[in-house]
Design a protein around this ligand. Structure first.
Ligand code: OAD
Ligand code: ZN
Length: 240
């Protein structure tokens, strides 16, 4: 494993993760062969319009993914990022496009779930928030106890505004190192974070099975599985 630098505890490191970091935990990515979008058309399950016109189908898709979670275990890639947060503490952030919650499960705390979470939902009418485990998931469309409205998964769908964008913008601008893991670089605004950090002077690192679309903005690219590469990189970076 070759890497061009070591980290000081005062270095500010920001990590962006995508579906690829959870692939070795057995979760499907979206755009790879046999990915989720191969079996489902995005516009039928991941847009507000889909929820308007066919909430049953949308719920079926997200319930399936939610019910899978208890069997899903974090992999060495997640644990490596926990080690990195333990070393850098407040100088560390994970921005994730994933909705599986695996970063929290290994104990990372400085995590921004910009696309929402499979483990949460909210009422489409009165906007009350719920943990998935708090609501009755047996009806085809779960109903809000407070107002009778349809509950929806707390997922940021296509055409909706990702969460934490102001916070993310601030974090990106301060980054000394920006690490991108397991994302195809096709979905905006996340795909643009590399350009932003690079133009702000950060050193950029990529870990991915295949070259992502925005690979030109990556200073140091590691091709392969994040569960194999990240633990080695982190140990070198923090001098273990
Ligand atoms: P994609 O499925 O688009 O990309 C996954 C990337 O991970 C690909 O580039 C793979 O080559 C790579 N990959 C696969 N296995 C890997 C492994 N073991 N180690 C490292 N890399 C691996 O997923 P995202 O980029 O996360 O949004 O997709 C972004 C957004 O599009 C998702 O958050 C989702 C989707 O539509 C919503 O649902 C709102
Ligand atoms: Zn309600």
């Amino acid at each position: 494993m070759e890497t061009k630098f070591k980290l000081k505890q005062s270095d500010k490191v920001v990590v962006l993760t995508g579906a690829g970091i959870s692939a070795e935990s057995g979760l499907k990515t979206f755009r790879d062969h046999d990915g989720l979008w191969e079996n489902h058309r995005v516009e039928r399950v991941a847009t507000p319009e889909a929820f308007q016109s066919n909430p049953e189908l949308v719920w079926k898709f997200y319930k399936q993914r939610y019910f899978q979670l208890p069997e899903v275990k974090p992999n060495p890639g997640h644990f490596a990022l926990k080690k990195l947060e333990d070393y850098l503490e407040k100088n560390f952030f994970i921005i994730t496009q994933n909705v599986d919650g695996l970063h929290y499960l290994v104990g990372n705390e400085r995590v921004l779930e910009m696309h929402g979470s499979l483990r949460r939902s909210f009422c489409s009418k009165c906007k009350s928030k719920f943990k998935m485990e708090e609501i009755d998931l047996s009806p085809a469309i779960p109903v809000c106890e407070k107002c009778g409205g349809n509950i929806r998964p707390d997922i940021v769908w296509f055409g909706e505004m990702p969460y934490f964008l102001d916070e993310i913008d601030e974090i990106l601008r301060k980054a000394d190192y920006f690490l991108v893991v397991g994302t195809s670089g096709t979905v905006y605004p996340a795909a643009q974070f590399l350009n932003i950090t690079k133009y702000n002077g950060a050193f950029t690192i990529g870990v991915n099975l295949e070259k992502p679309l925005n690979v030109d903005f990556i200073d140091e690219f590691h091709k392969g599985k994040s569960g194999e590469i990240l633990p080695k990189l982190v140990d070198i970076w923090i001098g273990k």
